[in-house]
Design a protein around this ligand. Structure first.
Ligand code: NCD
Length: 328
């Protein structure tokens, strides 16, 4: 699928963020650079900037989420936008209203952006194809397809620790098959010029097409971790598994759980990442999750700055015209 056209406006500016696939390196670097401004703002007493004042952002989360939804909400509030959290469980879609009718109603309330999470791959694209021209759509995770803002906050975290992407060896470990995070990370890492991306996991959890994505496949964790600069651990997505893809959680931990001994095979200054939520003792030992090489909570903090950057870039495309409004 070529999403370049739908994600960019006629001037080539980012209108929606639905997937990393197809975006140019410059677009990714612009997001990371822009996010730097907001990363320092988070530490100051005045956290808010007026960039999206008078804009309304609707969070449409059709699937469970804590981190992603709350950091999108905080990001929107720190940009001075109004935020609407639509409670899908009690919304009229339960009463049979179609998704498109729901969107039309939110458009009638003058919403400017939809942040969408859905368990069906392609849901955010579907919505983006049906919204009014002034509306931007951000994909907050669709099925096992894409989770672009998670990938960008991971890139931001990696760049802060490691600087240059073009010298790195990075391992993504675990349930690659069901992971929208891994797919978006692989596109982002290869686009940013990382020369060696490895995926590590059992045969049953590595997709057939992995090698075509330009990554190296490892089934032996020790070999996969050796000399890595960054180790990204993924959760076992049990809710997306049908049938028995795995032996037991204990056996999985034996083979693919990150312990201090296995981490010692990576470079001594390697960082350990995880998009959350963590299953302690399944994909990772607590000593590692809470240890000195873990940057897992930094990822959460960085998620706010990166989401601010994405929202400000997509909704602020016409800022030339309404900068007076923003400044007043
Ligand atoms: C991820 C997701 O929902 O795709 N988590 C997240 O966004 N923080 C990964 C996961 O659920 O394991």
């Amino acid at each position: 699928m070529n999403d370049r056209d739908i994600q960019l406006d006629e001037q080539g500016r980012l209108r929606h963020l639905l997937t990393i696939e197809g975006l140019k390196r410059q677009v990714l670097t612009d997001i990371l650079d822009y996010a730097e401004n907001f990363a320092s703002a988070g530490n100051q007493t005045v956290k808010k900037v007026p960039l999206l004042r008078s804009k309304t952002i609707a969070n449409l989360f059709f699937e469970a989420s804590t981190r992603t939804r709350t950091t999108f909400e905080l990001a929107a509030k720190r940009l001075s936008a109004d935020v609407l959290n639509v409670n899908i469980d009690t919304s009229s879609t339960v009463k049979g209203e179609s998704l498109l009718d729901m969107l039309r109603n939110l458009e009638a309330m003058h919403c400017d952006m939809f942040v969408v999470r859905h368990n069906r791959s392609g849901a955010a694209h579907f919505i983006a194809r049906h919204v009014a021209p002034h509306i931007s759509v951000i994909n907050g995770g669709d099925g096992s397809h894409a989770h672009p803002t998670q990938a960008m906050l991971d890139m931001f975290t990696i760049r802060r620790h490691k600087g240059d992407f073009t010298r790195l060896r990075i391992a993504i470990v675990g349930d690659i098959l069901h992971s929208r995070v891994a797919r978006s990370q692989i596109h982002a890492l290869t686009t940013l010029g990382v020369p060696e991306v490895r995926v590590v996991g059992p045969h049953t959890l590595i997709p057939q097409e992995a090698a075509q994505l330009g990554v190296h496949v490892y089934h032996d964790m020790e070999a996969g971790l050796r000399d890595c600069d960054v180790v990204i651990m993924l959760r076992l997505q049990r809710e997306r598994m049908s049938g028995a893809l795995l032996p037991s959680e204990q056996e999985y931990f034996q083979c693919y759980g990150l312990t201090p001994a296995k981490l010692a095979l990576a470079k001594p200054d390697a960082i350990v990442m995880h998009p959350g939520p963590i299953n302690r003792g399944v994909e990772m030992a607590s000593e590692v999750a809470d240890g000195p090489q873990s940057v897992i909570l930094e990822q959460v903090t960085n998620g706010i700055a990166v989401r601010m950057a994405v929202m400000a870039m997509t909704l602020g495309r016409h800022r030339g015209q309404d900068s007076e409004e923003a400044a007043s």
